[in-house]
Design a protein around this ligand. Structure first.
Ligand SMILES: NC(=O)c1ccc[n+]([C@@H]2O[C@H](COP(=O)([O-])OP(=O)(O)OC[C@H]3O[C@@H](n4cnc5c(N)ncnc54)[C@H](OP(=O)(O)O)[C@@H]3O)[C@@H](O)[C@H]2O)c1
Length: 274
């Protein structure tokens, strides 16, 4: 297939490489030009070169701006797959705009970070018709180990934001727990295995705790993107008339750390507050 990848950040760059390795014809576009043989300088040119268009962009603003740049080139032969984590309004807006142009649209964020993207082990959350998901499955399979249909357009966006609320809150809790243990003389070498053998231990804990203890905040998922997602979770809660004090407190801490210069580091830099 001819596939264009929009957004060559941590995830999009690996997915573009893996789609190329999967024998697809790839065109890439990034707002800040990247030195790649498959890169073009305009988003509309990338849309003219492929029928399948994949967004791995930062947020709703990035998706809306990029969509506007593509709009003149979009046809009923195109399919837009949005893999970015965005607000529900943006997902619905993209779906409406695509529908008006006869372009197919799939709400398809993912879980899995830098290493999963490198190893084609993302898990896609798909919101859209079963027929479209089946049509796209051979392409989605290249970069993922699992595709989970969650319902119609919007369902995947909601689940993605809700699960990131859990990840942010978990890393905040891990930070607090390790800080208390350390302050009372229990070293991370003792604390970490105890957590991992506890019911509260998790894949996330095993991924993040050792690096946090070593002060290694190499970016797999940036604090700035978690700031965005914590705000998206609060907005989703408000839209449902819910109060979510846990993520509100964590979001305030994340924002303050971003303002202190840690925005580009991994969100496990939450531990820095201690
Ligand atoms: N990394 C993870 O572990 C992970 C996991 C699950 C979901 N996600 C989600 O997947 C998406 C991509 O993640 P990532 O980690 O690859 O993000 P990233 O490294 O921050 O890359 C963001 C990309 O969006 C582009 N961008 C930002 N603002 C833009 C704008 N206004 N117009 C056009 N392009 C714009 C950036 O271009 P420039 O280079 O020009 O800035 C860059 O290519 C995000 O929505 C993120 O929340 C990430």
């Amino acid at each position: 297939m001819n596939i264009s990848v929009f957004g060559l950040g941590i995830i999009g760059s690996h997915c573009a490489d893996n789609l190329t390795a999967g024998n697809h014809q790839i065109t890439t576009w990034n707002r800040t030009p990247k030195k790649r043989d498959d890169s073009v300088t305009s988003a509309s040119e990338a849309a003219r070169k492929s029928e399948i268009l994949c967004f791995y962009l930062k947020d709703g603003i990035a998706c809306r701006e990029t969509f506007e740049a593509l709009r003149p080139a979009l046809t009923s032969n195109h399919t837009l797959i949005n893999h970015s984590t965005v607000d529900l309004d943006t997902t619905k807006w993209l779906a409406e705009q695509c529908s008006a142009l006869g372009t197919a649209f799939l709400d398809c964020p993912f879980t899995g970070s830098k290493v999963a993207a490198l190893n084609c082990e993302l898990v896609y959350y798909a919101g859209g018709s079963e027929v479209l998901i089946e049509e796209l499955r051979p392409i989605l399979n290249v970069t993922s180990k699992e595709i989970i249909r969650l319902g119609d357009i919007g369902a995947a966006t909601i689940v993605k934001v809700a699960t990131n609320l859990i990840s942010a809150s978990t890393v905040q809790a891990l930070s607090e727990g390790m800080a208390i243990a350390k302050a009372h003389g229990v070293s991370p070498d003792t604390f970490i295995p105890a957590v991992l053998s506890n019911a509260c231990g998790s894949r996330l804990a095993s991924m993040k705790l050792p690096a946090m203890a070593n002060g290694d905040f190499d970016t797999h998922f940036s604090l700035d993107n978690m700031r965005k997602d914590s705000a998206l979770a609060i907005k989703l809660a408000e839209q449902a008339g819910l109060s979510t004090p846990g993520i509100e407190a964590t979001s305030t801490t994340i924002t303050s750390l971003c303002e202190s210069g840690y925005a580009a580091l991994d969100y496990s830099v939450l531990y820095k507050q201690f």
